[in-house]
Each structure stands twice: as structure tokens, then as C-alpha cells.
Design a protein around this ligand. Sequence first.
Ligand SMILES: Cc1cc2nc3c(=O)[nH]c(=O)nc-3n(C[C@H](O)[C@H](O)[C@H](O)COP(=O)(O)OP(=O)(O)OC[C@H]3O[C@@H](n4cnc5c(N)ncnc54)[C@H](O)[C@@H]3O)c2cc1C
Length: 442
Amino acid sequence: MSLPKNPITAELIETLKSQVKSSEILIPSSAGYAEAIARWSEAAVKSAGAVLLAANAEDISQAVRLAQQNNVDLAVRGGGHSVAGASSSDGGLVIDLSRMRKVTVDEEHKTITAQGGCLWADVDEAGGKHGLATVGGTVNHTGVGGLTLGGGYGLLTPKYGLVVDNLLSATMVLADGRIVKTSATEEPDLFWAVRGAGHNFGVAVEFTYQAYDQVDQVFAGILGFQPEKLEAIIGVLNDGLDHPDEDSTAVCVLTTQPTNATPMVCTVLFHRGPEKSGREAFKGLYSLDPIMDHVKMIPYPTVNSLANPMATHGGRRNIQGLFFSHPMRPAFARSVMDMYTEKMAADPGMMGTAVLLEFFDMRKCASVPMEATACSNRGMTLNGILSSRWCDEASDAANRQWGRDMQQLFIKEMERKPAQLTDEVPMYINYSSRKFTSLSSS
Ligand SMILES: Cc1cc2nc3c(=O)[nH]c(=O)nc-3n(C[C@H](O)[C@H](O)[C@H](O)COP(=O)(O)OP(=O)(O)OC[C@H]3O[C@@H](n4cnc5c(N)ncnc54)[C@H](O)[C@@H]3O)c2cc1C
């Protein structure tokens, strides 16, 4: 049984100040403290007793030892996107890695080494300068720390697998203060754990990833549609996965018009290749008369900024995982849209909320045995995200409950028998190659 954690005292803060060599320590009266405890979601902000703006592994080691020996509540902040407040502390010590954002690229061995406080934008940009890329998050201001340690997937997942499938090594500060490197050959048990269950095994101060040659220009962007097109869009996206393509991904986003709460459907498209093959890959969507077309050739390093406008900092946020099988029933997608539309109409304060349905080729991800890493989210099951946003703290409970209700809709759908799905799948699905996945097989 673990003891309740303590706040950090003024005396311990003085001790820590005398122990660290290069890092800065902020307390509530310090300039910059409010910025240091700010998080992507305002609901995740907590008043830390002290924030260590860490400069190196040695100072982090001192801070971890001090917290450990005195049972002080300790949190580690990477990119600050945890909506549960896992990177914040009420009264305790936060190790903030935002000053550790150096990226080194080894062109010869095709590797990218990123310090633990990097954002994905840092990695994409540094790799891009050398014509290289690795698998990273689809919103480039998320942290490499939290995303990698949880498994991590992105637009290159269909081709190269999860982020952890491309992790070659990590340097960790462990709970006893030791600084260790972990890889397939060094501390292999720890390496297994950090690849998917890593948030509590230590502070990751450096990650080295396998990188790949990446042509600079790719065909990517957003197509927008009237909400009436939803069933047809889902049909096209299902059809796309009947002929999986590791170079093309599409995310269907139920969202609102940029300036009002009127719902619309967007597809965020990514094709790792030239415009001609990109248009061919997405021709089914183009045939549905999009009302907005922002798809064009863009530099690869900017691809993971496409979804940033749907994930801006600020407001109270909730992120909930939604899982679904291929093919998605268009009638089910409509029921999700109905629930979303009803909420947006009833509560315009929820503008900025979106449902993202990722139609990714998961074969590469599923080809790695489940027991090879600690990441349990592997298989052919597809991922969705409910990203909720609101401003009023008094609405926290109701809006989180609405999110859980949305999750229930997806859970019930996953529990349907394949035969029930067959009855209602419309004609434009390619029956001959359709595969069904169930919860147990994913
Ligand atoms: C807008 C948005 C987009 C997202 N897109 C994707 C996506 O494309 N793919 C995907 O797989 N996931 C995605 N996620 C989920 C994301 O991977 C997690 O929210 C992740 O935890 C965020 O990491 P962070 O470092 O930004 O957050 P933080 O809040 O800083 O950290 C989250 C957790 O990780 C720990 N942590 C962070 N860095 C370190 C470190 N260096 N060492 C030890 N522990 C650390 C923290 O202590 C905390 O427990 C997204 C989330 C959001 C909000």
C-alpha cells in the first residue's frame, strides 16, 4: 500500500536548490510560475509547490531522490497534454522538461535522438532538414514523452508501426535516482515496459528513434463536406480499408463550422507521395462534392500541424478513446453524428469539440506480437477520439458524462455480432474482401 503523498515544504525546496546545478526552481511567487503550471487543458492545471525547470538528467536525479526520500508528490511534465492532470501536482514537485528540447539527427545511421521535453514539431522539423522522418503524433504540439511512453501512433504508423516499434533506446532516471540507458540489449525488461506502459517507470530524458527517408513534399490537407454526406463518406473510407494502403490515411472528423456551431464533416487526408497518386487514392471522396478543399502538396514536416486548429491550447478539455471495427456501419456513424449535433445545438459553449475517426491501415501495427512490448492497444481495431472542449468549470461533470455516454455508443457497437453488421452494411462496401474484427481479436 502506498502512503499518501506530501506537499513539498519550503525547507525541501531550499535543499533542492542547493543540490541542483543548472536547473531553475519556481515557486508560486516566482515570475513565470503561471506559465509553468499551465497545461493544454485548463482543467488539468494544479498549483504545484515547486516546479523544477530541468536542464539535465543529473538535476532530475537529485529531484527524484529528494521526492522519494520525503514522500513528496511528484509529477513529470513533457508536452503537458494529459487531460487527467497526470503531469501536474497539487502542492508537490513538478519536474518540467520543457527546457530539454534538443534533437540530434544521425544521417548515417538514420536515427533521431530527442530530449524528453521535445514536442513532435521539434522532431519533425529536425528530421526534415536531413530528409528523414520517424513515426510521431498527429498534433505536433503534443510531447514526445507522454506519447512515446504510451505506445504512440501517427500518420506513418501504417508504414512503420507504432512510435514504440521505432524506439531504439531511452535514457531514464529511475525512482532511486539512477540514470540508465535501456534498449533491446541494455535493461531489456525496462525497455519492454517503457514501450507502452512507461509513464511510471522513471523520467525519460532522451529517446532515440529509427528514422526513414522521407520525400519533402506529400499530398495532404482537409476536405470539408455537408453533414448529409456522412454515410457516403464512411462508405468510401470503409472501401479504402478493403484495399489497405500503407501510404494513405484518412481521418473523418465530425466537427462544426469554424465560426458557428453548425456541424460539418471533414476528412484529414495524408498521402505519402505525389498529387497524382494522392488524388487517385482519395478519388471516392473527391466524387462526393466537397464544399471545402485544402488538400495540396505540402512539406512533410508540416503535416502534423494540419490538425492543430482542431486542438488549440486553452479551454477545459477531455480526450476519450473510441474504438471501432472495419467496416464501420454508416448507420452507426449517423447515430454518432446525431448525438454530436444534439449536444452542439444544446450547448454552443462546446464549440471546438470534435469526433475523430481514424481509417488507418493497421496491418503493420498488428504484425508485432502483443507480448513484444507493453503496449496493449494493438490489432486491427481502429482508433477514434472524442476531443471535447468547453469553458465553464461548472459544466465539467456533465460534459465528462456526455463523453462517457458517447463511449458507450461505441462499446455497444463493438459488441454487436458480425451478422448484425452484415444486415445493415450498404451496397457500396466490397463484400468479397471485408474482414470483421472483434474485441477479442484486437
Ligand atoms: C490534441 C491531442 C492530440 C493527440 N494525438 C495523438 C496522436 O496522434 N497519437 C497518439 O498516440 N496519441 C495522441 N494523443 C494522446 C497523447 O499521446 C497523450 O495525451 C500523451 O500523454 C501526451 O503527452 P505529453 O507529454 O504532451 O503530456 P504530459 O501531460 O506532459 O504527460 C502525459 C503523461 O506522460 C508523462 N510524461 C511525459 N513526458 C515524460 C517523460 N519524458 N518521462 C516520463 N514521463 C513523462 C507525464 O508524467 C504524464 O503522466 C493526443 C493527445 C492530445 C491532447
